[in-house]
Design a binder for this molecule. Structure first.
Ligand SMILES: [Zn+2]
Length: 250
């Protein structure tokens, strides 16, 4: 009892092709928009944040739109159709689309971060230019930078995987402080080597006092292989008091 529909599918085929072309064009435009936006950002720190926050998501959206276009294109040459074929075509298209989407998602999640990481590192340590002199500033080391960070910033550095970079113009004394959020940023997993190892929780084991050092426990989790690790960090004794006295004189 198979009913073969022999109507003309030209209208559908033409529509499916148009949808495919539009989707491909949109996908390309999304990527071009991202590239132009990146190129238009001059400040290294702003660029760093933009890449960190948006690049993978933007590429993922572009990929989905591209795949949708391919699904329509694959069904744009229909000559005859019955109910069974509609089901088969629909299912095959959906399954293929899902497989390709999954492959791309995994590439973006696990391989692409290596490429991003290199660029982020270069941006973070690219010498900042002083607006006062137009010359390159100096990135202060851990011990020098404390004088320019207030109590809150120092506490954040100690407690919350937060990093502050202090750039100083040694001629004029101009200082630029940049904040890097450690928990938003994955590092290389010691187990699987993917760039998917992140701080998920931090606990203060011992609060530092004026005389004694404190202790902080950082919990890491790899979103790829599930590897967990704990790391204890020593909290400087009486950081607060040194911090406030230097801040007062600065
Ligand atoms: Zn891992």
């Amino acid at each position: 009892m198979e009913e073969i529909v022999t109507q003309n599918f030209d209208a559908w085929n033409a529509m499916a092709k148009s949808v495919a072309y539009v989707a491909w064009a949109v996908s390309i435009l999304i990527v071009i928009y991202h590239v132009i936006r990146l190129a238009s950002i001059n400040d290294a720190k702003v660029k760093y944040d933009y890449i960190n926050k948006s690049e993978i998501r933007t590429l993922w959206i572009a990929a989905i739109v591209l795949i949708i276009g391919c699904c329509f294109y694959a069904n744009s040459n229909i000559q005859k159709l019955n109910t069974l074929w509609i089901f088969v075509l629909g299912f095959t298209t959906f399954a293929m689309g899902m497989i390709v989407a999954l492959i791309i998602q995994n590439m973006l999640k696990f391989y692409y971060p290596f490429f991003i990481e290199k660029r982020l590192k270069a941006l973070r340590y690219k010498p900042r230019i002083s607006p006062k002199t137009g010359k390159a500033m100096k990135l202060l080391g851990e011990s020098e930078e404390d004088a320019y960070l207030d109590e809150g910033m120092q506490a954040e550095e100690n407690l919350f995987s937060m990093d502050y970079d202090v750039w100083k113009d040694e001629v004029t004394g101009y200082v630029k402080i940049e904040k890097y959020a450690g928990h938003l940023h994955a590092v290389q997993c010691p187990e699987c080597n993917y760039q998917t190892f992140k701080v998920v929780k931090e606990e203060i084991m011992k609060v530092p006092s004026e005389t004694d050092e404190g202790e902080l426990m950082k919990h890491f989790l790899c979103s790829y292989c599930g590897y967990k690790a704990k790391k204890t960090v020593t909290l400087k004794a009486a950081t607060k008091f040194e911090g406030s006295s230097t801040a007062a004189t600065a």
